[in-house]
Design a protein around this ligand. Structure first.
Ligand code: NAI
Length: 479
C-alpha cells in the first residue's frame, strides 16, 4: 500500500463494480481515497469483486466460447461451413477465461494508479462513524479514520438448509465456472439468471442439463410473452426446465449426486455428476459491521439506506448488493458514482425505475421498465408494439431470426413505458430503449428516428412504428 495509513477523506470497502468505480470517482473529485479489498494474493488486493473475478466477466467468456462450439457443431453447416471431428478443450477454454479476468483486474489496478486511489488487502471492519480497522493477511491490525465510509462488499450465494456445498459435486456459481471437464449430467437448482446462464454454457458443451425451479412461473419478473418464448427456445435447445418443484435433498455418493425432489406427480429422484445451487444471493455484510457500528440492517438482511444510499449512521454509505434492489453490477456502479458525487457536494439521484436487466442466454433476454402485466396492474392504459426478428433482414442474414421486440407505450401521452426483447443483440437494443426513456421519448419520437439498415435495431424501430400503426415490414394488426 502506498500513502498515509491514518486518515482518508473516503474509505471504500470492497472493490467490485460498485466499490472500485466509487473509489475512482471520489479520487477524481479531489478526495483522498483508500479502497480495502478482502481478496488478494501475496498481500496485494485482487480488484474487481464478484463481477470481474467470479461473475459477469468469466461467465460471459465461457458463454461466448461455448456458443462458438454450439455454432460449429449445429449451425455452421447451414452457412456451408463443414467441419469434421469437432472437440472441446475445456482446459484451454478456461485458460482463455482466466486471461481475460486477469487482464481486467490488472486494468482496475492500473486505473487506481492512474487516479491515485490507494488500495490495501485485508478484512475491513466498520468500528463506528469515521472508524475502520483492517486485519491484514499477516494478521496485523491497522486502524484508520475517514470522513466518509462506503460499504460495497457485495453478496454471496444463498445456501439451501437441506443441501451443503462441497465445492466438488455440489457447487456454487463460482465453482461452476471453473469446471475443468464437461459433466455428463448436470442439475441446477434455480431458473434465475445464474441458473440459465450456467445451464446454457454446459448444455452447449454437451452436458445433459436439468434445471429445477420452485416457482410455477418461469422468469416471473419478465414480461409474460418474453418468458414463455424464452422457455420454448431454451427447451428446444435441449435444456430441461422443471417448474413448481420442491427440492428435498442432495446426497453425494462416490462421484454422483442424488437429488430428491417433489413435483406434481410425487417424489422424484435425479442422479447427476454435478449439482449447481443458484437460488439467489445474499448481502455479504456479516463480518463488515462491528458491534458498535450502529449501522442498521433490514429484515431481509440488507443494509438500510435512504434514496442517496446513506445508512442510519452519518457519513456511512452502502451501495450495490449490500442494499435493497436488483443485484446487478450496473446498479452498483451507478450507486457508487452517485455517492461519490454527493460526497463531493452534488445532489445526484438514480432512477430506479429504469434499471435494465439482461440474461445472457442465446438468444439474449433483456428488458427495462414496465411489463404488460405490471402496466395493467397499475391501471395504465397502454399500446403495445411488436416486431419479430423473423422479419428483420439483418437477423435473417445471421441465422438469428428468432424472438421479438415488444415496446409498451402509455396510450394517453405516447411515452415509452417498457421495452422487452428476446433475440439477437437484445441487451444493446434495450440500452437504446433506456436512453429513449431517460430522454422521455415517445413512440412517435422513436418512429421518426432514422435507424441504419440492415441492423437488429430496426426491429425496435418497427415495434415503435407498429404502435403508431405505421409498421412497414409486418401487418399493423394487433395480435
Ligand atoms: P435469482 O434470484 O435470479 O434466481 C434464483 C431462482 O431460484 C429463482 O427463480 C427462485 O425462485 C429459485 N429458487 C429459490 N429457492 C429455490 C429452491 N429451494 N428450489 C428451487 N428453486 C429455487 O438468483 P441467481 O440466479 O442465483 O442470481 C443471483 C443474483 O445475481 C440475481 O440478483 C441476479 O440478477 C444476479 N445475476 C445477474 C446476471 C445478469 O445480469 N446477467 C447474471 C447472474 C446473476
Amino acid at each position: 500500500m502506498t500513502g498515509c495509513l491514518e486518515h482518508y477523506d473516503v474509505i471504500v470497502i470492497g472493490s467490485g463494480p460498485g466499490g472500485y468505480v466509487s473509489a475512482i470517482r471520489c479520487s477524481q473529485l479531489g478526495l483522498k481515497t483508500l479502497c480495502i479489498e478482502r481478496c488478494g494474493d501475496s498481500d496485494k488486493p485482487i480488484l474487481g469483486g464478484t463481477c470481474l473475478n467470479v461473475g459477469c466477466i468469466p461467465s460471459k467468456a465461457l458463454l461466448d466460447s461455448s456458443y462458438k462450439f454450439f455454432q460449429a457443431e449445429k449451425e455452421l453447416k447451414f452457412h456451408g461451413i463443414l467441419m469434421e471431428k469437432l472437440s472441446v478443450d475445456v482446459i484451454e477454454m478456461q485458460k482463455r477465461k482466466e486471461k481475460i479476468v486477469l487482464g481486467l483486474t490488472k486494468g482496475v489496478q492500473g486505473l487506481f494508479k492512474l487516479n491515485h486511489v490507494d488500495s490495501i488487502q485485508g478484512e475491513a471492519l466498520v468500528e463506528g462513524v469515521g472508524k475502520v480497522s483492517v486485519m491484514k493477511p499477516d494478521n496485523s491490525k491497522v486502524d484508520l479514520t475517514a470522513d466518509y465510509i462506503i460499504i460495497a462488499t457485495g453478496s454471496r450465494p444463498i445456501e439451501l438448509p437441506s443441501i451443503s456445498f462441497d465445492q466438488k459435486s455440489v457447487l456454487t456459481s463460482t465453482e461452476a465456472l471453473n469446471l475443468q471437464k464437461v459433466p455428463e449430467r448436470l442439475a441446477v437448482i434455480g431458473a434465475g439468471a445464474i441458473g440459465l446462464e450456467i445451464g446454457s454454457i454446459w448444455s452447449r458443451l454437451g452436458s445433459e442439463v436439468e434445471i429445477l425451479e420452485t416457482l410455477k412461473d418461469f422468469l416471473p419478473s419478465a414480461d409474460k410473452q418474453i418468458s414463455s418464448e424464452a422457455l420454448k427456445i431454451l427447451t428446444k435447445q435441449g435444456i430441461t426446465i422443471k417448474l413448481a418443484v420442491n427440492v428435498q435433498s442432495a446426497e453425494i455418493t462416490n462421484d454422483e449426486v442424488t437429488v430428491k425432489y417433489v413435483d406434481e406427480s410425487g417424489e422424484q429422484e435425479l442422479i447427476v455428476d454435478k449439482l449447481i445451487v443458484a437460488v439467489g444471493r445474499t448481502p455479504a455484510i456479516q463480518n463488515v459491521l462491528g458491534q458498535n457500528s450502529g449501522v442498521e440492517i433490514d429484515d431481509k438482511g440488507f443494509i438500510k439506506v435512504n434514496s442517496s444510499c446513506e445508512t442510519s449512521k452519518v457519513n456511512i454509505y452502502a451501495i450495490g448488493d449490500t442494499v435493497y434492489g436488483p443485484m446487478l453490477a450496473h446498479k452498483a456502479t451507478e450507486e457508487g458514482m452517485m455517492v461519490a458525487e454527493n460526497i463531493a457536494g452534488e445532489s445526484i439521484e438514480i432512477d430506479y425505475e429504469r434499471i435494465p436487466a439482461v440474461i445472457y442466454t442465446h438468444p439474449e433476454i433483456a428488458w427495462v421498465g414496465l411489463t404488460e402485466e405490471q402496466a395493467n396492474d397499475n391501471g395504465l392504459e397502454i399500446k403495445t408494439g411488436f416486431f419479430p426478428f423473423s422479419a428483420n433482414g439483418r437477423a435473417l442474414t445471421s441465422s438469428e431470426g428468432i424472438g421479438f421486440v415488444k415496446v409498451i407505450a402509455d396510450a394517453k401521452d405516447d411515452s415509452i413505458q417498457g421495452i422487452h426483447v428476446i433475440g439477437p443483440a437484445a441487451a444493446d437494443i434495450v440500452q437504446q430503449g433506456v436512453i429513449a426513456m431517460n430522454l422521455e421519448s415517445t413512440a412517435e419520437d422513436l418512429s421518426l428516428t432514422m435507424f441504419s439498415h440492415p441492423t437488429f435495431s430496426e426491429a425496435f424501430h418497427e415495434a415503435a412504428l407498429f404502435i403508431r400503426g405505421k409498421a412497414i415490414q409486418i401487418s399493423n394488426r394487433k395480435r
